[in-house]
Design a protein around this ligand. Structure first.
Ligand SMILES: Nc1nc(=O)c2c([nH]1)NC[C@@H]1CN(c3ccc(C(=O)N[C@@H](CCC(=O)O)C(=O)O)cc3)C=[N+]21
Length: 360
């Protein structure tokens, strides 16, 4: 019965558009898998005195290749996604002589933010998405940014708007982000997008890029999510919260741990899937992990290093070398979640343009 249901849930009929703010799910990941997860009813097993008692669960590893861990190659996955986006952009240009447009708002001089924005612009160029950056000094005020957001809201050649976070301390992030038009919120931070992600029978217009990247990495690495214990470290609006919602939609059993959690390692040790987005270098030690776990390291911590080219180097939240001897698969930093996050931004921007031109 369950097998049949899950088969049914994967048919294209479950991918039809639903609700006023729905979007074409299948197109988002090339139709490979459904990023929002299969819609399945909650059928609890009914206790029956006739059936034999269930066998105790065997400590099965989540993936077969237990001995040598798989290093999940985010660069390669991102490249595949970019090439299918480039193809769609080409088709759009051919069909209606329009290309998707992304506007990025960058405030201040943080070197890591500047470098991420450069990566985003370069990625746009590569797939044929037009992009522009509006730069503001660190001491500008909220109204200047709100005005910039408003003018991008009005600009028909801009389909997606991204305000690079974090904003300087003195700024009102809430006020600025709520100025963004829902249809251009390619970061997926608008309360209506977050709310629709949280409600299982709804579809958000956009899903936050890093959360999408985590699921995309798991799906493309053939990691089973349904029924597994997933632990998210961190509860941010950018990563932790949306990733936990997406994993629930994929029928994982989700725990979120954060700075106030007591004995976090006792919880992570039970996890088949660990997604770390704490922003604390080296937080997750090898002994925090269960043998055979799959680890997605979203931490992109810039550590100052005068000797290196950009003045810093990047490291994750996970003690990578320690983890390697325990896990069945892991994403490196750099070269893991980061490039896929950017590919998801391109995908969201393409979706925003399709929405604007009523192409999907
Ligand atoms: N509104 C907003 N949306 C975001 O999605 C957002 C943001 N603000 N602020 C900062 C974080 C961080 N983030 C990264 C994206 C790509 C890489 C990335 O491509 N990293 C490369 C290396 C890049 C390098 O070497 O500098 C890698 O991991 O291989 C990293 C970090 C998006 N964020």
């Amino acid at each position: 019965m369950r097998a049949l249901l899950s088969k049914l849930a994967w048919t294209p009929s479950s991918m039809v558009l639903r609700g006023a703010f729905s979007s074409n799910r299948a197109a988002k990941n090339g139709g490979k898998d459904d990023i929002l997860g299969p819609c399945l009813p909650d059928l609890w097993p009914t206790p029956s005195s006739l059936s034999p008692p269930p066998l105790p669960p065997s400590p099965s590893p989540i993936r077969d290749e237990e001995l040598t861990p798989t290093i999940i190659n985010g660069e390669l996955i991102a490249k595949e996604i970019r090439s299918s986006i480039a193809e769609e952009v080409r088709q759009m240009k051919q069909a209606i002589d329009k290309v998707p447009g992304l506007a990025v708002i960058l405030v201040g001089q943080r070197r890591d933010s500047q470098s991420y924005v450069r990566c985003k612009i370069k990625a746009c160029e590569e797939v044929g998405i037009s992009s522009r950056v509006a730069e503001f000094p660190v001491d500008c005020n909220d109204n200047e940014i709100v005005n910039a957001v408003s003018s991008f809201n009005e600009d028909p050649s801009v389909h997606g708007i991204l305000v690079q976070l974090p904003l300087p301390q003195h700024m009102n992030e809430e006020k600025i982000l709520s100025a963004l038009s829902l249809e251009k919120d390619v970061d997926g931070f608008h309360p209506l997008n977050v709310g629709n992600l949280a409600m299982r029978d709804r579809e958000p217009l956009f899903i936050p890029c890093s959360a999408r990247a985590c699921i995309e990495l798991l799906l493309r690495s053939n990691v089973k999510i349904m029924g597994k214990n997933a632990v998210i470290i961190g509860r941010s609006r950018v990563v932790g919260l949306p990733t936990s919602l997406l994993l629930q939609r994929h029928h994982a059993t989700v725990s979120i741990i954060h700075a106030f959690t007591e004995n976090p390692e006792d919880i992570t040790r039970e996890a088949d899937i660990v997604i770390s987005a704490a922003g604390v270098p080296g937080l997750v030690r090898g002994n925090w992990l269960k043998k055979g776990a799959v680890v997605i390291d979203v931490g992109t911590n810039a550590i100052e290093d005068r000797g290196s080219r950009h003045g810093y180097y990047l490291t994750g939240d996970v003690c990578y070398l320690e983890a390697l001897s325990v896990v069945s698969a892991i994403t490196p930093v750099p070269g893991g979640v980061g490039p896929v996050t950017i590919a998801m931004l391109l995908s969201n921007t393409l979706d925003a343009a399709k929405l604007a031109y009523r192409l999907s």
